[in-house]
Design a protein around this ligand. Structure first.
Ligand code: ADP
Ligand code: ZN
Length: 452
């Protein structure tokens, strides 16, 4: 057993994990991605023979309590290999060299136990961006040791490092390079269906009364993390005990949910008003419909569950693996990005559009300026690179504005003609929070069937 603790005798690591994927509810996409890693840990020879490349490092990104630790443990359980768990902040030390020594020790330990998973929670504590201002010598050495250690074992060593953080933007780029943490898996807050499953997982081994309605529990807990739900079920058990009842019933769980919503800083999330939720639903539906029907792109996921990055929702558009973008592609991307604001204007009126489109507007600006300044895709400026030109900024701005206004008008017009679909998609989002590709496509198909 590995012990990184400085003073406390508490052990950080545990050797063999008895958690499996079945204990992790709802994060199916992430589990799917990790299946390959399981196969590799079980039969490295097979992979070696065909020369398949297996990641050395996997980065799990997401808010606290979304099951990153649980998932890493389950991976170890599935692969039947050792599991060493440490926390990034344990490597931060006042004395130069101490952190690095701990990293070295960690990898030595892992080598003795392979196949082995090393799980580093809060990896940002070690792997934060290096710069001359905040880069202490101690931290640099620790990070360098981690990079060197990861380089030091080869593909077939049977060691996989799993890092967890909710702050990808603060990680040093060196960590993300190929051969290190080159697989990134984003784990968001659970959607409706996932929350139901998490409630069910945490109801096993508990006595529940017959009135438990998992669907309604899932509905009541928008924006709860898996850890929140576990918390709710434990608390509900305590309430039942206190009332000297032998079973947990809906009233206990309700009470626990209310307690969590009222009593914690989660308030800002759980308290998102219905009004904001509805606005987000229309905004995202706008992106999705413009992308699918106007630009003819695939929309893989639409969500109104807020992310760690502060977005109220998101729409994933699949642009495929393209090495070159045509002018048309760029114009389509601009239209897709404007779809959110256009939907807001259409439904709420021009005076009521919100700040929610700021990231979209940034993206649009980047794209249109690229067309003009870098790609020679503008009549007025022709094929002249303006990347290093100053003095034309105002002209570029005027031209950008014309182009964007033009695309915006068409986008708005298009949504106007497809208002029925917009309502339908927004309503579906309000109901289920997430729409996946197949459902979205069938909504669209249904509408076309009615029209023709
Ligand atoms: P993280 O590492 O992302 O902060 P954890 O894995 O520590 O989150 O989650 C804390 C606890 O919350 C877990 O031990 C588990 O009981 C519960 N939990 C979180 N996500 C899930 C999930 N998807 N399915 C089942 N339980 C979950
Ligand atoms: Zn948007």
């Amino acid at each position: 057993i590995f012990n990184m603790g400085k003073s406390k005798a508490k052990e950080n690591g545990e050797d063999i994990s008895d958690v499996t994927f079945a204990d992790v509810a709802g994060i199916d996409e992430a589990k799917q991605e990790l299946k390959e890693v399981v196969d590799f840990l079980k039969e490295p020879e097979k992979f070696k023979k065909i020369g398949a490349k297996i990641p050395k490092g996997v980065l799990l990104l997401g808010e606290p309590g979304t099951g990153k630790t649980l998932l890493a443990k389950a991976l170890a359980g599935e692969a039947n290999c050792s599991f060493i768990s440490v926390t990034g902040s344990n490597f931060v030390d006042k004395f130069v060299g101490n952190g690095a020594a701990r990293v070295r020790h960690l990898f030595e330990e892992a080598k003795k136990k392979k196949p082995c998973i090393i799980f580093i929670d809060e990896i940002d504590a070690i792997g934060g961006k290096r710069n001359s201002i905040n880069g202490s010598e101690e931290r640099n050495q620790t990070l360098n040791e981690l990079l060197a250690s990861m380089n030091g074992f080869s593909d077939d060593d049977g060691i996989i490092v799993i890092g967890a953080t909710n702050r990808l933007d603060t990680l040093d780029n060196a960590l993300l390079r190929s051969g290190r943490f080159d697989t990134k898996i984003y784990i968001g807050l659970p959607d409706l269906k996932a929350r139901k499953q998490i409630f069910q997982v945490h109801s096993e081994n508990k006595f529940l009364s017959e009135d438990i309605d998992f669907d309604s529990l899932a509905r009541m807990t928008s924006y709860f993390s898996g850890a929140d739900i576990e918390n709710v079920m434990n608390k509900a058990g305590l309430y039942a005990l206190k009332e000297e009842e032998s079973m947990i019933s809906m009233k206990h769980i309700n009470k626990a949910i209310n307690h969590l919503i009222a009593g914690e800083e989660k308030k800002d999330r759980a308290g998102i008003s219905e009004k904001d939720k509805k606005l987000t639903a229309y905004h995202e539906a706008g992106h999705a419909i413009v992308a699918k029907l106007y630009s003819e792109c695939n929309v893989t996921k639409i969500s109104i569950i807020p992310t760690t990055h502060g977005a109220g929702g998101y729409t994933l558009i699949d642009y495929g693996d393209i090495s070159y973008m045509s002018k048309k592609d760029i114009i389509n991307q601009i239209a897709n990005a404007l779809g959110g604001r256009a939907a807001e204007e259409l439904i709420y009126g021009n005076d009521n559009v919100t700040t929610g489109a700021s990231a979209d507007i940034r993206r649009v600006t980047e794209l249109v300026e690229g067309m003009i300044k870098s790609y020679g895709m503008n009549e007025k400026f022709g094929m002249i690179s303006l990347e290093n030109h100053t003095g034309l900024d105002l002209e570029v701005l005027k031209e950008s504005k014309l182009i964007v206004s033009d695309i915006y008008s068409s986008t708005l017009e298009f949504l106007k003609e497809n208002k029925d679909i917009l309502h339908e998609v927004a309503n579906r989002l309000l109901e289920n929070e997430v729409i996946l590709e197949s459902e979205f496509d069938s909504i669209i198909k249904n509408f076309h069937r009615i029209e023709f």
